[in-house]
Design a protein around this ligand. Structure first.
Ligand code: NAP
Length: 361
């Protein structure tokens, strides 16, 4: 829903570039535009219960993962001292203790955010809920009701985890059903109990592996007879004695009651439709993502899957001149932290050059 326009809307300062989002694409764009003296303003998202349930809190999907083993520059090693010196003490105090095994997703995001702030990026903890891209400068309205005008906008709002849409899944959200093992896996209800993970991609394998720390057994439910996950991740799941893979199976219903929450699931065979029951206190969905573009519908050209359409090869241009897109919000193919950061850098350079072409410095 669009936020109401405040009385002082016309007194809002005019920004050169506003960045919407707070994942690797957004922070890379902020670092580059800040160093180009464009004084970027980042809307990093709001801390609300709705965003928590949707998986769209500030710092994005990486803040919901564990170790990041494939972001170049962070081989396994103890980063304790680096984190203590790179981040202010108050930010450090809010973070989980460092594990000593290379960088974690939340650590990587805090480091990127800090790097962007070090170069003068201003950060607002609020969501952009409505935009007017029909006139320049563009107008952006936030959840808290502020109105910001901007010459250029970089959209880097990422994507969020999908659910299957079963009524029983909805009924037990927060009472055993989750799309984030890292956020919820350590809860007492999941300790030493059988747990279910749905999906066959890297996320499912990562979640299943993580949950073996807590669960008595993890049942990985996949609708086909081969994992989509990369070979190294798939092998990790297949070799883990605590993970049992159920091939050709899908979630039919989440079972539970008001007192206990989730108590089990009904699984359906995708080959013969047979239904069987599996005891579990938790069901973790890892079945892909949806881009965070709801506020852009009708404002920017989107793909059939609602990702922002990049309009020019090798550029971050969108259907509106002066609006650029970076990261998972425009990429349903690579979806890696490094590709998101790379496209954030590209969007910053595209915006910088476009602004210069408009005579805006
Ligand atoms: P993904 O690769 O799209 O996999 C989604 C999985 O969910 C697939 O196995 C798919 O089954 C299954 N699925 C989708 N809809 C379903 C439904 N309605 N019912 C049952 N199953 C359903 O998504 P992802 O695992 O979230 O990974 C996204 C991207 O992030 C990938 O590029 C991945 O490599 C990357 N990633 C990397 C790491 C890492 O390197 N550490 C960790 C996490 C994610 P099908 O296979 O049958 O289509």
């Amino acid at each position: 829903m669009a936020a109401a326009e405040p009385a002082n809307a016309d007194k809002q300062p005019l920004e050169r570039v506003v960045i919407i989002g707070s994942g690797p694409a957004a922070w890379a764009a902020a670092i580059y535009t800040a160093r180009a003296q464009l004084q970027p303003l980042v809307f990093e998202g709001a801390i609300t219960e709705a965003n928590r349930l949707d998986g769209t809190l500030p710092l994005g999907q990486l803040s919901l993962t564990t170790e990041v083993e494939n972001y170049p520059g962070f081989p396994a090693g103890n980063l304790q001292q680096f984190l203590d010196t790179a981040l202010p003490a108050d930010e450090r105090a809010m973070m989980a203790p460092h594990t000593g095994h290379g960088v974690s997703g939340p650590e990587l995001m805090e480091l990127m955010r800090r790097q962007a702030k070090n170069f003068g990026t201003r950060v607002v903890t609020d969501d952009i809920v409505d935009v007017d891209f029909t006139q320049r400068p563009f107008t952006l309205k936030s959840l808290e009701g502020t109105v910001t005008k901007a010459h250029a906008v970089i959209v880097a709002t990422g994507a969020r985890a999908n659910y299957l849409g079963l009524p029983s899944e909805e009924a037990y959200k927060n009472r055993g059903v989750s799309a984030c093992a890292v956020c919820d896996g350590a809860l007492p209800r999941f300790r030493n109990k059988p747990l279910i993970v749905i999906g066959g991609g890297d996320s499912a394998v990562e979640e299943a592996t993580y949950l073996t720390k807590f669960a008595s057994r993890v049942h990985l439910i996949h609708r086909r007879d081969a994992l989509r996950a990369s070979k190294i991740m798939a092998k990790r799941a297949e070799d883990n004695e605590k993970i049992q893979i159920h091939w050709n199976s899908q979630l039919h219903e989440v079972l539970g009651d008001d007192k206990s929450g989730v108590t089990g699931v009904k699984l359906e065979s995708t080959t013969d439709g047979a239904i069987r029951t599996q005891e579990a206190t938790g069901v973790f969905l890892a079945i892909g993502h949806t881009p965070n573009t709801r506020f852009l519908e009708g404002k920017l050209e989107l793909t059939p899957k609602k990702y922002i359409q990049w309009t020019t090869p090798q550029r971050t241009y969108t259907s509106v001149e002066g609006v650029f897109a970076a990261g998972d919000v425009a990429d349903d193919y690579y979806r890696q932290a490094i590709t998101a950061a790379g496209s954030g850098c590209m969007a910053a350079l595209d915006a910088e050059r476009w602004l210069a072409g408009q005579g805006i410095e």
